[in-house]
Ligand binder design. Structure first.
Ligand code: SAM
Length: 335
C-alpha cells in the first residue's frame, strides 16, 4: 500500500490505539465519578478488539504510512497481559509508545521494555499531593506516580510527562512541575484543557492558554522557543536558557494545529476516528470480523483516511461548542 493522504493532503502518520475504556482513576475533568460510577456500563470483553485484531489494524496502518503507534485507554495497563500486545506490535516498522497514569508501572516496566516498548508518556497533573489526589479522585498519591516514572527511567525507557492545566484547579502547579522535571532529562508538556467529550462540563474560562503557561514558567526560568522537529509535532517546544532541557506546550484550543494533524485513533471496540473531536467512528471491527483479508483491511483504512476533511479545532466557535452532537469521550478514545 502507498502513503495515504487525506482531503487536505495530510499524511497518515500516527495511530493511537485504545485498549480499554476502563480506568482506575476518576480524574474529575475526564471520567467524573458522577458519570463513570458503579452503574456505568463499560465495554464487555468480547466487544474489545483482541490482540490479533489490534495487530492486524496496526500492520495495515503501517502499510499506509503510520510511523508511530501509541497504546492508550482508559488506562492501558489495566488491560491484562498488555506486554503481549507490545511484543506483537514491536516488530512493525513504527515507534511504539504508551500513555499511562503510571499507577501500575513499577511492576510492569521491565516486561514492557523487554517486549519492545520504545518510550512512555506519563500523565501527572500536580506535584502537590493534595491537589493531585483531588484531581484523580481516587486518592492516589503523587509519590507513586513518581515511582512509576523512576521505574521507567531505570529500565532505560525515555519518559515524557503530560500535565493538563485547568484554571483554578492546578494552574498553581505549573511552576512546581517545571521545577521538578527540568534537568531530569524527562520532557514535560503542558496541555490546554480541551473540550473533548460531553461529560466534563468544559468551559472556555477553564482553559489556561499556553501563552500564559509559558509566561509563568519563563518568569521563573527564562525560556526561548525551539524549532519543531517534524511535521505534525503536536507540542510547541521551548528551551531553558540555562541549558536544563526543554518544555512542550500543547495548545489545541488557543493555537489549533489541524493543518498538520496526521493522527488517527481506534477505540477499544474497533471504531476508527479521524479526529479527536469526532462524533462518529468507522466500524473497523465489523470489517475484520466480516472476514476481510489484510489487503482489504488496509484498503478500507486508506479509503477512510483519503476522504478525511476534519479540522474541528480550527472551526471551533461558539456555535460548535453549543452543538448538541455528543462527541466521543477522552476515556473512550484515549487522547
Ligand atoms: N489513562 C492514561 C493516562 O492517564 O495517561 C491514558 C488515557 S488519558 C484519557 C490520556 C490523557 O488525556 C491524559 O494525559 C489526560 O490528562 C488527558 N485528558 C483527558 N481529558 C482531557 C481534556 N479534557 N483536555 C486535555 N487533556 C485531557
Amino acid at each position: 500500500m502507498s502513503q495515504a493522504l487525506d482531503a487536505f493532503g495530510r499524511p497518515l502518520r500516527d495511530l493511537r490505539i485504545s485498549v480499554t475504556d476502563r480506568c482506575n482513576f476518576r480524574c474529575t475533568y475526564c471520567m467524573p465519578k458522577e458519570v463513570f460510577g458503579h452503574s456505568y456500563r463499560f465495554m464487555d470483553r468480547k466487544e474489545l478488539l483482541d490482540f490479533d485484531e489490534i495487530t492486524r489494524v496496526a500492520r495495515a496502518a503501517v502499510s499506509l504510512g503510520v510511523r508511530k503507534l501509541r497504546l492508550t485507554g482508559g488506562e492501558p495497563l489495566v488491560r491484562r497481559d498488555l506486554e503481549q500486545l507490545v511484543a506483537m506490535l514491536s516488530p512493525l516498522d513504527a515507534e511504539l509508545t504508551l500513555t499511562t497514569n503510571a499507577s501500575l508501572l513499577p511492576r510492569k516496566t521491565r516486561a514492557l521494555k523487554d517486549a519492545g516498548l520504545d518510550r512512555i508518556t506519563v500523565s501527572l497533573d500536580a506535584m502537590d499531593d493534595a491537589t493531585f489526589r483531588r484531581m484523580n479522585d481516587v486518592d492516589f498519591p503523587v509519590d507513586r506516580v513518581l515511582e512509576g516514572i523512576e521505574a521507567a527511567r531505570s529500565v532505560g525507557l525515555p519518559v515524557k510527562v503530560n500535565c493538563v492545566v485547568k484554571r483554578g484547579v492546578n494552574e498553581n502547579q505549573v511552576v512546581p512541575m517545571a521545577e521538578y522535571f527540568r534537568g531530569t532529562g524527562d520532557t514535560l508538556r503542558f496541555i490546554e484543557y480541551m473540550d473533548v467529550g460531553a461529560t466534563n462540563g468544559w468551559r472556555m474560562d477553564d482553559v489556561v492558554p499556553a501563552s500564559e503557561i509559558v509566561a509563568m514558567v519563563g518568569g521563573r526560568y527564562p525560556l526561548e522557543p525551539a524549532e519543531s522537529q517534524y511535521r505534525g509535532e503536536v507540542a510547541r517546544r521551548y528551551r531553558y536558557l540555562d541549558g536544563k532541557g526543554e518544555l512542550g506546550l500543547i495548545s489545541s484550543v488557543t493555537q489549533p494545529f489541524c493543518g498538520d494533524c496526521t493522527r488517527s485513533r481506534i477505540s477499544a471496540e474497533g471504531k476508527l476516528y479521524t479526529c479527536l473531536f469526532a462524533v462518529r467512528g468507522h466500524d473497523v471491527r465489523a470489517v475484520i470480523r466480516g472476514g476481510a483479508t489484510d489487503e482489504e483491511l488496509a484498503a478500507k483504512l486508506g479509503e477512510i483516511w483519503r476522504v478525511r476533511g476534519d479540522r474541528y479545532s480550527e472551526l471551533r466557535s461558539e456555535a460548535t461548542l453549543l452543538d448538541a452532537a455528543p462527541r466521543v469521550e477522552m476515556s473512550y478514545i484515549g487522547g
